[in-house]
Structure formats: C-alpha cells, structure tokens
Design a protein. Structure first.
Ligand code: 5RP
Length: 314
C-alpha cells in the first residue's frame, strides 16, 4: 500500500525502510531535508493518492499535536492519520475527535522494538475503529515481527497507546529488578562470576527475556558498567502509568518504585535524606556526615548538642 511517513528519525526512518522492503510505497517527510522525500507536509499530502494513510512518528506532546493539526487542514474526508509515537491516550481521543470533524480517521499505535525493529519487526498495539484498522493491515503485517504474536488491535481510539503505556511501565519494573539484582550480586563476594551468572540465566529460567539478553550484551561490552554514570532519564510513559494507576486506585508499588529510582538517580545528593539525617541527629544525637563526607556531629562526637526529647516522646 502507499503510506506517508512523517518523522524519519531512528524509529520512523527504520519503519519506513521496513515498509519499503516489504513492497510498500513510502513517501517520507522530515524537517531535515537530507532525510525527506518532499519539501513540506503539503507536498507529502499532494504526493499521496486518496484515501490517504499518513503515519506520524514525531515526539509525543506538542510536536505530535502540531502535526495532527496541520494534517487536519491538509487531508480530506476518508483519509486516516496514524500516530505511532509514544503519545498519551487522552491526546489520541482529542485528536480522533478533532480529525473526525472533517471525516478523517485516526488510529493510535504503540510501537515497541527500538533500534532492533528494522531487523526483527515491531510489536504493534493498535487502537481505533475496525474500518480504519482493517485498511491499514497490509502495513501492520509488514511492520510486525514474523509469526502469530507482536500485533494486537487492543480496542478503540487510545487503546493502543494505553497498552503501550502499561507495557513501558512493566519495562520499568523489569529493568529495575534486573538492575537491583546485578547491584546485589556485585556487592557481595559470594558470586565471583557475575556476568556468567546472568548469561546462564538466559536459558531454562523463569526470568529469561530480551531484557536479560540485552543486560548480558551490556556487561559483555563493559563488565562493570564503568563507562556509565548511574543516571537514568524517563520519557513520560512511566509517569503516565503511575498517574493512570492513581486515577483507577490500582496499587503499582514495583513500577512506582522503579520510576522514583530514576528520579533519585538524577540527584547528586538527596535533600530528603539530609532531612532524615538531621532529624536522627536532633532526636537521638545520631552521627551525620558533613557535606564534605566527614562525620560532623554525633552522639559520641565532641560538640554534640542534642536537646533531650520531652519525657513522653522518649
Ligand atoms: O518505548 C520504548 C521501548 O518500549 C522506549 O524505548 C521507551 O519510551 C523509553 O522510555 P523511557 O525513556 O521512559 O525509559
């Protein structure tokens, strides 16, 4: 089929390539003229035959919103817009309503597979009406991995991105779990061959997984991760998962802890733990470390000046 692809970066560019290899005609647009087949969104729309299918693969939030708004004014009744970025499911519902006023369809697709997708295929989680999803099946069939799995029409508009959001929340929890296990193995001197221990778990264990394969690969490249700083960003889906859990009063302790661990990783020092240290020192005269790393005051330190708590609080 013919498909317009907007955003030809790491994900969009590789997806366009996989579609082309599968025999589809892809007209690509990117702000970078070196990557683009056309000079503007208007040119892209003019190059496509109606009814058009235009796949948006730009960062979630304002860039996606701006692109969908422009497409609303350029496309015609019967065309369909696909958002394959990591958008919030509530944005999908707004976009579908907005495009729907012009008779333009909307399908949201959560895409997983990262930089390996070109070769292995992309897992696709799709939300939208049957009519629109059905029309796009030839493209989905090419993009997805070979075999039965790797594709779901999860529900109406928003369901694809909601499924991808929860997938990413699970990803957070799994990564954190592997990371904590690795830290503990390294911290003790009981297991002396940590990389091989992880490698052995790749087969026959209950935790075998692609993430485990990638962990083994990372340790092969840098056995102590000495080249990395313990700092992890987040792109928003973990936060949205936790926010959705609060909205539905669903307890997500593991995923929430994994998200908070990333926030903690960005602090050179912890203001909250300074306060914990200060309070321990206040009520019990317990030792604290100074900002320079020296024990500054403590129960046994000269100069400890701790007012005794009221009788009732002891
Ligand atoms: O969708 C993905 C994998 O499934 C992305 O790699 C993911 O969005 C990365 O998220 P974060 O930056 O929050 O770790």
């Amino acid at each position: 089929m013919q498909i317009g692809m907007i955003g030809l970066g790491r994900m969009g560019g590789n997806m366009a390539e996989r579609l082309r290899r599968g025999g589809h005609e892809v007209v690509g647009y990117d702000r970078d003229p070196a990557l683009s087949d056309v000079g503007s969104l208007k040119d892209l729309v003019e190059r496509l035959q109606a009814p058009r299918a235009v796949w948006v693969m730009v960062p979630a939030g304002a860039p996606t919103r701006a692109t969908v708004e422009q497409l609303r004014d350029l496309l015609s009744e019967g065309d369909v817009v696909i958002d394959g970025g990591n958008s919030h499911y509530l944005d999908d519902q707004r976009h579908a309503a907005d495009l729907g006023t012009r008779g333009i369809g909307f399908v949201d697709v959560g895409v997983s597979g990262g930089v390996w997708g070109l070769q292995n295929g992309y897992a696709l989680m799709v939300g939208g009406e049957d009519e629109h999803v059905g029309r796009l099946m030839p493209a989905f069939d090419t993009l997805k991995p070979e075999g039965e799995d790797g594709f779901v029409h999860a529900g109406g508009v928003g369901a694809g991105h909601f499924a991808k959001m929860v997938h990413n929340g699970i990803e957070y929890g799994m990564m954190q779990s592997f990371a904590e296990g690795w830290e503990l193995l390294e911290a003790s001197d009981v297991v002396t061959n940590v990389p091989d221990t992880f490698r052995s778990w790749r087969h026959g264990t209950v935790i075998q997984s692609w993430l485990l394969d990638l962990l083994v690969r990372a340790l092969r490249e840098d056995p102590d991760l000495a080249d990395l700083k313990g700092y992890a960003e987040d792109s928003g889906e973990g936060r949205w998962t936790v926010q959705a859990a609060v909205d539905h009063a669903v307890p997500l302790p593991a995923i929430t802890a994994a998200l908070y661990a990333r926030f903690a990783s960005r602090q050179a020092d912890s203001p909250a733990m300074k306060m914990v240290a200060a309070l321990r020192n206040q009520f019990g005269g317990h030792a604290v470390a100074s900002a320079e790393g020296q024990t500054a005051r403590g129960a046994d330190s000269p100069g400890a000046d701790v007012a005794p708590p009221p009788e009732a609080d002891r």
